[in-house]
Design a protein around this ligand. Structure first.
Ligand code: 13P
Ligand code: SF4
Length: 317
């Protein structure tokens, strides 16, 4: 017997998924109820790998548009659904094709390394794609004297530059979630929670990265909390990841780092949070909204993504 709307949607999603041979891929920044119903939950890299290799006819992407587009580029023969087409990304929006083309022309002779948080058009202009979990390794895989353009996240770009020491020109983009963390609040929380470690996504600004005990992509932060011995963590990335951290470490305490102008005390990506169980149900039911990409752009974007996938595979990432 059905007890609530939530149960109605959960039962409906399970039924439709089986009937239509669909797979639900969810990013760690989705709400806990969506992560719990997904077939696979992961970071940008592992979601791309899963999208490229599965036997479903339909991929329903519980995440944002650039992730669903990447899935479509890697599996063009499949129907890819994004339950709300407004689920964009402020970082991807900060890099428009015309301006990016000019940036490349103004910096000739450089290999264009582009973060996956970009539109298909930007990927089509790139030489190689990276995610936050492989950015350092992708740059290190290039010959040492190779000159590089890194786009669009200036914080991740600076992080990669500091570690690799490579000649990198960086596009000036940021993510609305990761640039907003309050350093003062993080330091206050550290004082209030004796022994807590500060764990930080590389999209955060330098002052926040400088107080970090550990910096990594979402999956790397999650892995760290499983192997590290601390009992509590101040988490400076989108708060959705705490759902998995708490599930994997029920005895540990996870404290979301707050943004500067905060009333709720935690940082959420407004785009990620547009996806709901109701929208997933409707999307699977009606098989819309569907991701379509111009075939020429798709083929051009496929090359740099495949290059990243091949290097990641070789490196065991
Ligand atoms: P990950 O590569 O850690 O999944 O990061 C995705 C993202 O959107 C960060 O803001
Ligand atoms: Fe984009 Fe930032 Fe949201 Fe990630 S958290 S999807 S980078 S806006």
């Amino acid at each position: 017997m059905m007890h609530s709307k939530t149960e109605f949607y959960i039962e409906g999603i399970k039924r439709l998924r089986a009937e239509k041979n669909a797979i639900i891929l969810a990013h760690y920044y989705q709400t806990g109820d969506i992560q719990d119903i997904a077939d696979f939950v992961g970071d940008s890299l592992s979601l791309s790998q899963k999208a490229a290799s599965n036997s479903a006819d339909i991929i329903l992407f519980a995440g944002v548009k650039f992730m669903a587009e990447t899935a479509k580029i890697l599996a063009p023969e499949k129907k890819v659904l994004l339950p709300d087409m407004n689920a964009g990304c402020s970082l991807a929006d900060s890099c428009k094709p015309e301006e990016f083309k000019k940036f490349i022309d103004d910096n000739p002779g450089r290999t264009v390394v582009t973060y996956v948080n970009t539109t298909a058009d930007i990927k089509a202009l790139s030489d190689i794609i990276c995610t936050s979990s492989n950015a350092v390794k992708i740059v290190e895989s290039l010959p040492p004297d190779e000159k590089i353009i890194f786009a669009p996240d200036r914080n991740l770009g600076n992080y990669v530059l500091n570690i690799t020491g490579r000649d990198i020109v960086i596009w000036n983009g940021t993510c609305h979630v990761h640039e907003e963390f309050s350093l003062e609040a993080i330091i206050r929380l550290k004082k209030e929670n004796h022994g807590a470690k500060i764990i930080v996504h590389p999209e955060c600004e330098l002052p926040v990265r400088m107080v970090a005990d550990y910096i990594g992509s979402t999956s790397s932060l999650l892995q760290y909390t499983k192997t590290d011995r601390a009992e509590s963590y101040i988490v400076a990335t989108e708060a959705g990841i705490i759902h998995q951290m708490q599930k994997e470490n029920p005895q540990k305490k996870f404290i979301p780092a707050p943004p500067r102008d905060s009333t709720c005390g935690c940082s959420e990506c407004s785009f990620m949070k547009l996806i709901t169980l109701e929208k997933i149900y409707n999307s699977l039911d009606k098989e819309t909204p569907e991701i379509f990409i111009d075939s020429e752009i798709l083929l051009k974007a496929q090359k740099p993504i495949r290059r990243m996938m091949d290097i990641s595979k070789k490196l065991g990432l």
